[in-house]
Ligand binder design. Sequence first.
Ligand code: GTQ
Ligand code: FE2
Length: 352
Amino acid sequence: MSVQAVAEPGPKHNVQASRQAYYDKISKYHMTPLWEVLKGLVTPEPKTSILPTVWKFSDVKRLILEAGEVISAEDAERRVLVLENPGMPGKSRATNTLFAGVQLIMPGEIADVHRHVSSAIRFVLEGEGAYTAVEGEKSMMKHGDFIITANWAPHDHGNPGKQPVMWLDVLDMHIVNHFETSFGEHFDEKMQNTNHEDGDSFDRFASGVLPDGMPVTQNRSPVVNYPYAKMRPILERLKGTGDIDKRFGARVRYANPINGGPVLPTMGAYLSLFPKGFKGEDYRSTDATIFACAEGKGKTIIDGKPFEWGVNDVFVVPSWKNFHHEPAEESVLFSISDKPAQQVLGIWREGN
Ligand code: GTQ
Ligand code: FE2
């Protein structure tokens, strides 16, 4: 067997220089060599710029109340402080896919009717007397209420009460914009004509019966508001029978009552109760998650570092970082992520 002669490689800089010359040449034709970029594209594990971050409600509240003096809800269209992940400044992202913000509506104000392709959820933090109207149903907002505004649903907010009302907004707009599928529009009306009473969709669809003949294929929940007053006792039941997951505590998943699926195709949410003395086991998953504390206080250890939280604080756990919860007292955490979107695409993973 003859051994083929191999050309002697030149000095290293010659190789580099000739490669570079080649890259420069092909770049004029809008091409680039995969072998120079492959490792950054197909990573052995998820890579993320998102940093674990806590937004303390004491800061958020003080600063957003100041915004109340700078601009009206009407002029702002929506008076929201964007919770910007410090790992991606200027991008209006809490996680890589999800927008989060805290919205304030002062007594007497309205935020008028619009709709958009991005789906939104609200998790009510502080104050009472404001409403959000979604698809003809007006929901009075109370601490811990979880309200969904699905893709293209008309919505407006108003505060006929006496207190400033603040809530967490989470929208899937970076998913929508990734696909370049964003549409939005304004309505001429300042408020929707609401023809469904407060709580109508919950009572109509989430009580064990469905209006006869209703299609069971709808991939978003018909329920507008999942009130905290109805969810909290269920957590208590789970605690009472010892149904406490070692990682997630006594946890419910907000479900679409038509098919048991997530409330929205792009975003899924949970509510967890951690009994006093709970110390969670480590967990990780590919869905970067936004948490909000509804009750109690404690800390979450993310990638080995403690992040302390109390009532109405919001925090983020990035994709694939190990974390566990260590409440200092009985606590309730709300959480939301893009897990449903990852699951339908077949790319979601969990581990520990
Ligand atoms: O309340 O309709 O935080 O459209 C961002 C976009 C809130 C809203 C946000 C929105 C809204
Ligand atoms: Fe909106």
